[in-house]
Design a protein around this ligand. Structure first.
Ligand SMILES: [Zn+2]
Ligand SMILES: [Zn+2]
Length: 370
């Protein structure tokens, strides 16, 4: 879930600490209590009701959204709440009436829970459902020993089998990777093209990898952190540009005989980077505004560039099950090597440290192991 959407949170209502699930035993969870406050607590283990599935969490990766929520708060998340939506685990308990799953099955969780009735849900694009209720936003998340998959998530098919040979840690990457796939399906990178990725975080690196798999001839990765660029070199990028030292637009022009890039993906929450995308795009180029901007920020678009050069600008928000499946396949076949993207692992008890590392930009994906 890579954006700030207006999701309703109600951990207060849903939280196992507040409802009548007292007979299911206890579990350890990292409970988010407000800005820079998160505590390991014993909370009631969710009791599985009809149509629901309980998953034992083995790995839950930290997303940029978790970091932002922890350090700055999130308009739709009211503490106390359990964060963490990049979940891999095994089925622990199956509620009455659920068919087709077995205990112990290794699964990756789809975050988006749609209404099941609207135009987008019928198309399978639950991410665009106007009544989207996401795991770890509306429902409690995966920084806990167990996560309960609600009835609507079960009937929607939100538990995907983890392919053989793919570890729990690597499987968590399917969620962010599926979001990148969602963006690149619009962009349709073809062989020989030049692709610029602004932002060399885990998302930027995944975008570079997907562009490489699509046959991009030149992939230019830009970031303000030299550390991240050095790591980013492992992921499909031919050229890395430190945008604090180098003028990115000029560099892209000089790398493309002044044509500009065929595709620009802005994978950082920087309004300037979005504006620069228009300055370095080639005729008939495609731009993805992948990352959301901080609330209230807007940009100025020189629309004549869009008009005269026939530019397309695409959005991308979260992803849907078919894209998660594709992501799992890419990871299982090692076409994208998940292990390279994982730089840190922490037990649940050290979640504060894990969030600090994720914010520092010193690594790429940080995994929490409940
Ligand atoms: Zn995520
Ligand atoms: Zn819907």
């Amino acid at each position: 879930m890579h954006s700030a959407s207006c999701l309703v949170n109600s951990y207060d209502e849903r939280c196992t600490m507040h409802d009548e699930r007292e007979d299911g035993g206890e579990m350890k969870a990292a409970v988010y209590l407000g800005k820079e406050s998160i505590e390991i607590k014993e909370v009631d283990k969710p009791k599985v009701k009809k149509g629901e599935i309980l998953v034992k969490v083995h790995s839950c990766a930290i997303c940029g959204t978790d970091v932002r929520t922890y350090f700055h708060g999130h308009h739709a998340i009211k503490p106390p709440h359990i964060l963490g939506h990049e979940v891999a685990g095994e089925i622990a308990e199956i509620g009455e009436g659920v068919e087709g799953y077995k205990q112990g099955e290794r699964i990756h969780m789809v975050t988006e829970v749609g209404c099941g009735k609207c135009k987008f849900c019928i198309e399978g694009r639950h991410n665009l459902c106007p009544e989207l209720k996401a795991m770890a936003y509306y429902y409690p998340g995966g920084f806990a020993e167990y996560i309960l998959i609600p009835y609507q998530g079960v009937i929607q098919g939100n538990l995907l089998p983890i392919p053989e040979g793919l570890s729990f840690d690597e499987a968590t990457l399917a969620e962010p990777l599926s979001c990148c796939i969602n963006a690149q399906e619009y962009l349709n990178v073809v062989s020989g093209e030049t692709v610029v990725v602004a932002g060399a975080g885990p998302i930027g690196c995944m975008h570079a990898e997907l562009a490489r798999l699509s046959g991009a001839a030149k992939i230019i990765l830009a970031d303000i952190s030299q550390e991240r660029l050095t790591m980013g070199k492992k992921f499909g990028a031919n050229i890395v540009v430190n945008s604090t030292k180098d003028a990115v637009v000029d560099r892209v022009k000089s790398e493309t005989e002044k044509r500009g890039a065929d595709v620009v993906i802005v994978a950082c929450p920087d309004p300037r980077a979005q504006e620069q995308a228009l300055q370095m795009i080639a005729t008939r180029g495609r731009i993805s505004f992948f990352g959301g901007l901080p609330a209230g920020k807007t940009i100025t678009i020189e629309s004549n560039i869009v008009h005269y050069k026939e530019i397309s600008i695409f959005g991308a928000f979260a992803s849907f099950a078919a894209q998660y499946r594709r992501a799992l396949e890419l990871l299982a076949s090692k076409k994208i090597n998940g292990d390279d993207l994982i730089t840190h692992r922490f037990p649940l008890e050290k979640i504060k440290e894990a969030l600090e590392v994720a914010r520092s930009g010193k690594g790429l994906k940080v995994i929490v192991k409940p």
